[in-house]
Design a protein around this ligand. Structure first.
Ligand code: CP
Length: 310
């Protein structure tokens, strides 16, 4: 079992076989995580650096836990409080970390393309934990894995991605992943938050969120990323919530049950109301749980260890 890539930089570079291999491996690790001892010795000779140049709660904790469950040694680096503030470059920072005999790097960076740039200058495998507005591959993998767990094979399933598509690395990675798996994808939200020509990625656009909800089997609702919006793209959060926010009464008015997802963090009362986020329709915490198994699978497959998973 191996992947066709040395790094996980984006879903764009993976083939469908790679995604299926990650899912099968994650199935094994999910079983490990149900055991009283939730750990395998597989990576006990491996050291992994988690280098985060941008804030994170879920991804960072999930990677660290996945590494510990695989028995890897881990070090955690945050840009704040480091020598980055003294002007050290990305390559110097990472090469100094690698000089301490680190085998793999998990990196989040605010600049789109930063992991690709790094991959041309270092030998260690890199896992992209989110780069700017570009890709968040492990989020898309855990999203698709969670959808598959609920719906079975995703071929022909209808997935609506709703919200701030323009600034979302989760949206782009989801689009690449879901279309490779044969799902039908529609993006929905205000016209100012949907990139022009996004149909060229093989998706449909539906500006009316209620129609998108009526069409889909799953709604993956995304966060409004105000920190990336440098000019106003809608009048107010209140107006956004009124026209594009998902609430219980909207879902009750549909002629069917749909699954609700969100990668987190949620702006409660804006893109998603608590009466939906905390309801039985929501699999948000399943996504978080599956994230550990999926990240264990990615790390294991990129580590080049072929020993049995016991
Ligand atoms: N979903 C996600 O990437 O969350 P964090 O920013 O908290 O890691």
């Amino acid at each position: 079992m191996s992947l066709s890539v040395k790094h996980l930089l984006g879903i764009k570079e993976l083939n469908t076989q790679d995604i299926e291999t990650i899912f099968r491996t994650a199935d094994n690790f999910k079983q490990v995580l149900q055991r009283p001892i939730k750990k395998v010795p597989t990576l006990r000779d491996t050291t992994i650096a988690n280098i985060f140049f941008e804030n994170s709660t879920r991804t960072r904790i999930s990677f660290e836990l996945a590494e510990k469950r695989l028995s890897a040694d881990t070090i955690n680096f945050s840009a704040s409080g480091s020598s980055v503030s003294k002007g050290e470059t990305l390559i110097d920072t990472v090469n100094n970390i690698l000089a301490m005999k680190v085998d793999m790097v998990v990196m989040r960076h605010s600049a789109s393309g930063a992991p690709w740039f790094l991959s041309r200058h270092i030998n260690a495998s890199i896992i992209n934990a989110g780069d700017g507005t570009n890709e968040h591959p492990t989020q898309a993998l855990l999203d698709a894995y969670s959808m598959r767990e609920r719906l079975g094979d995703l071929k022909g399933k209808r997935i609506a991605i709703i919200g701030d598509i323009m600034h979302s690395r989760v949206a782009l990675s989801n689009i690449f992943c879901l279309t490779k798996l044969g799902a039908e994808v529609t993006v929905s939200g205000p016209p100012t938050l949907i990139p022009k020509h996004i149909e060229s990625l093989g998706v449909k656009v539906q500006y009316d969120v209620k129609k998108a909800l009526q069409w889909c089997d799953v709604a993956n609702v995304l966060r409004i990323q105000l920190e990336r919006q440098h000019k106003p793209l809608f009048s107010s959060l209140r107006e956004y919530a009124l026209y594009y926010g998902i609430n219980k009464s909207m879902l009750d008015s549909l002629e069917k049950e749909i699954v609700i997802m969100h990668p987190g963090p949620i702006n409660r009362g804006v893109e998603l109301n608590s009466d939906v986020a905390d309801s039985d329709r929501s699999i948000i915490l399943d996504q978080v749980e599956n994230g550990v198994a999926v990240r264990m699978a990615v790390i294991y497959l990129l580590s080049g260890k072929s020993e049995a998973l016991d």
